[in-house]
Design a protein around this ligand. Structure first.
Ligand code: ATP
Length: 317
């Protein structure tokens, strides 16, 4: 697709345990172990790159073996990594538990991710100037995310915020700096409670009709487009001021069929692929969302996060 995506976000070393059933608190179970790269930022950068975008990734790394692996893997995927080295800090890491049905539980130690500075981000001027889409999440220092989104918008990029994880701090300024939001149901419910004073359980969202979902999206982000990801149900799109080529103001976009084995990173696959599609000029917006649904569905067919991201030639159609 060839557009330019600038990802600002986290790199984690993932430690993944696969087990038949997730352990209850206090219980011990046997499982299988593997380690590899992850972090929402890196996952999304790999997804954007494998979905065809020229991708720059701004991240903070420790001074350790995981950082060396991050550099190797970025190079292998053709990602232009701009890393802020943080001596004395560990590279971020995550413990991920996956059961036989593909459900997951995740614990993250941010390490260097929490030290990513706004100054370091703003120093990457060439990357900010040339980005078609700037994509950020909430696993790094909040002031770096806000600075990135604001600088990206000033320089003409479409700003995409994946507001994950759900318990990360957010502000009105942060939401206003995003042209596009891609929450999952849990993140959407948390943002609605925090910023729109609406209490809705994440599980209730699936029962709302399209008009009510659109109203909730508009209450949360009056200007921005919201793409609410709904797991195996695909996504719901709600536009604000710009419809990005769509005729409809809101609609459901069904998931693509998948033989799902592991949904870890499905949301990252979706956001990275959507960014790549939009940066590459795919229109109307519904086309880009359908592409992201196909890309994310395919990512669930392999275990793992970053390394499970499919390449363009692995997609159907
Ligand atoms: P995760 O936390 O597991 O990475 P998420 O909760 O952020 O994911 P979801 O809404 O579960 O995000 O999924 C993101 C996208 O992945 C969906 O919008 C859909 O396109 C795709 N997807 C997820 N699960 C399935 C599935 N079982 N079949 C097909 N597509 C799926």
């Amino acid at each position: 697709m060839g557009g330019r995506v600038l990802v600002v976000g986290s790199y984690n070393q993932d430690h993944v345990w696969s087990t038949d059933a997730l352990p209850a608190p206090g219980a011990t179970r046997l499982g299988r172990y593997a380690t590899g790269p992850g972090g929402k930022g890196f996952n999304q950068a790999v997804a954007a790159a494998r979905a065809g975008a020229n991708t720059v990734f701004i991240a903070a790394l420790g001074d350790d073996a995981a950082a060396a692996q991050a550099r190797r893997l970025a190079t292998a995927d053709g990602i232009d990594l701009r890393d802020q080295v943080c001596p004395g800090l560990a590279t971020g890491c995550a413990g991920i538990y996956v059961d036989a049905d593909g459900r997951n539980m995740i614990l993250v130690a941010p390490g260097a991710n929490a030290a990513l500075s706004a100054d370091f981000v703003l120093a990457q001027q060439d990357a900010l100037d040339s980005a078609g889409v700037l994509l950020a999440q909430l696993e790094v220092a909040p002031e770096a995310v806000l600075a990135a989104l604001q600088a990206g918008r000033e320089r003409g990029a479409l700003t995409l915020l994946n507001p994950a994880p759900a318990d990360a701090p957010t502000s009105a300024a942060l939401l206003q700096a995003a042209d596009l939001l891609t929450p999952n149901e849990t993140e959407f419910a948390a943002l609605l409670a925090r910023h729109a004073g609406r209490e809705l359980a994440a599980e209730q969202l699936a029962t709302l009709d399209e008009g009510a979902l659109h109203d909730a999206c508009r209450a949360l982000a009056p200007q921005a487009s919201v793409v609410l990801t709904l797991g195996a149900d695909g996504a719901f799109v709600s536009h604000g001021h710009h419809r990005h080529g769509d005729t409809r103001g809101y609609y459901r976009a069904p998931a693509a069929p998948a033989d799902t084995v592991d949904t870890t990173g499905a949301g990252d696959a979706f956001s990275g692929a959507l960014a790549a599609a939009l940066a590459g000029g795919m229109t109307p917006f519904a086309e880009a969302v359908a592409f992201a649904n196909r890309y994310a569905a395919r990512s669930t067919e392999r275990a793992g996060a970053a390394l499970a991201m499919p390449r363009l030639d692995e997609l159907d159609g």
